[in-house]
Design a protein around this ligand. Structure first.
Ligand code: MN
Length: 290
């Protein structure tokens, strides 16, 4: 397999907003094909700022992908219609901005909020799903217009309640029924919720549009116990040709450490750049055997 391999910028940052241009040559030097950046930041950038980033990525030969967890004010599943409308408008702005960048991939918790909990004493999530599907059906038109994929990320129960398994995500995207609404699976979350990695990947099948890599404690691939041969084997079985971006988090502190719940130093004294470079090689070596 020769899928493009990427890394999320927030591995290096304490805040979600950052100047992504600095990371473009760095990830190239460390052996990556892709830099994944914050979709919200892109939507808020001026045209000039976007052009500067686009030019940096083009000249380095680095592809950009985009990720976001919507805050509560944009929750597509909210009981409040104005909140859902803000969410649709924000997704539309992101799709337009990513389109301007000639980007293709947005993923994350774009169908509700991050983090997100069901209200107390509510046990039926179907009304929340219904509202989210309706709002996404509207928002995805901007993705279609811009040639962008909206990939709904399946995450663990401690972070969101609507889509915790690949099976739930398949039901969701079937209801949205757009070629531009697909699924993002993430090995860190799958490790908590799925019966097996291979079955979850096969369940997503042709609806898999993006993929996140990370060990059980969010260290970079190759430093933990996740069954990478099973995972990459199943991706090969379904003919997955898309991107794979790692999303490691190892350093406590700042917005990122707080929101990701990094409460100890996971680097074990290793250098962040060296670890990223080692992990890119680990993933590419595994892919080369398939
Ligand atoms: Mn992820």
């Amino acid at each position: 397999m020769n899928n493009k391999v990427g890394i999320y910028y927030a591995y290096w940052t304490r805040n979600w907003d950052a100047d992504f241009v600095d990371f473009v040559p760095l990830v190239k030097r460390l052996g990556f094909d892709i830099l994944e950046v914050n979709g919200g930041t892109i939507a808020r950038m001026s045209i000039k700022e976007r052009e500067r980033l686009k030019a940096a990525a083009l000249s380095a030969g680095v592809e950009l992908t985009y990720c976001i967890g919507l805050t509560r004010e944009y929750d597509l599943a909210s009981e409040d219609a104005a909140t859902r409308q803000r969410g649709v408008e924000f997704l539309t702005r992101m799709a337009d901005a990513i389109g301007d960048m000639d980007g293709k991939i947005l993923g994350g918790i774009i169908y509700s909020s991050w983090p997100g909990k069901m209200p107390q004493d509510v046990t039926d999530k179907r009304p929340f799903l219904d509202r989210s599907v309706a709002a996404m059906t509207e928002a995805v038109k901007a993705a279609e217009d811009n040639g962008v994929l909206f990939n709904v990320e399946v995450v663990n129960r401690f972070e969101q309640y609507l889509l915790n398994t690949a099976q739930e995500a398949v039901a969701y995207v079937e209801r949205v029924n757009s070629p531009n609404c697909k699924i993002l699976l993430d090995t860190f979350h799958m490790n908590i919720e799925e019966e097996t990695f291979a079955d979850a990947i096969r369940t997503a099948g042709s609806r898999l549009g993006h993929f996140h890599l990370g060990e059980a404690n969010r260290r970079p691939p190759g430093r933990g116990r996740l069954p990478w041969d099973e995972i990459f084997g199943a991706l090969g079985d379904i003919g997955y040709k898309g991107a794979m971006t790692m999303e490691p988090f190892m350093v406590p502190g700042g917005e990122v450490g707080r929101d990701i719940s990094v409460y100890r130093d996971l680097t074990n004294g290793l250098d962040l750049d060296d670890e990223a470079e080692r992990s890119a090689k680990f993933v590419k070596d595994k892919l080369a055997t398939l």
